[in-house]
Design a protein. Structure first.
Length: 147
């Protein structure tokens, strides 16, 4: 069961952190080739789909993490694992803020055809996603490099 928990945990991390990397470093720069009026609707459509996978990944990460913690026992967790858990809590909160507070504002701006407003809000989201990606990479480093 331990190997299954590890696989599920890593799969969730790959989807979430890898997805953030893709959005920030591949998709967003490629949008520059589109007319400005097309960028926010495309990004909102992509993020709506991606956020569904992020929610599933977060659930998978926390459930598998609980399974791994139950196997290891809290008293035997190394400092890198505890750091990873703290960073994961922060990342989950940041994503909750993005999804429940900021993203609806982007969708509303788009619904009323406020493209400059939607673009500005998407830039705020970009910074929050960048923060979460860095936190995710730090969590990976903490659990793999710091023991």
């Amino acid at each position: 069961m331990y190997k299954l928990w590890i696989f599920l945990h890593l799969f969730g991390v790959v989807v979430w952190v890898g997805g953030m990397f893709f959005v920030l470093h591949c998709l967003r720069p490629a949008l520059a080739d589109l007319q400005p009026a097309l960028r926010p609707p495309l990004m909102v459509g992509v993020l709506q789909r991606f956020f569904r996978y992020v929610i599933a990944s977060i659930v998978l990460i926390w459930v598998s993490g609980a399974g791994l913690a139950a196997r290891l026992g809290a008293h035997t967790m190394q400092s890198g694992v505890l750091t990873m858990i703290i960073l994961a809590l922060i990342m989950t909160a940041v994503f909750g803020w993005i999804r429940m507070s900021q993203f609806p504002r982007v969708r509303l701006a788009l619904a009323v055809s406020d493209l400059p407003g939607a673009a500005a809000l998407l830039d705020k989201l970009r910074r929050l996603v960048l923060l979460n990606m860095v936190l995710g990479l730090l969590a990976i480093a903490a659990v793999t490099l710091w023991r």
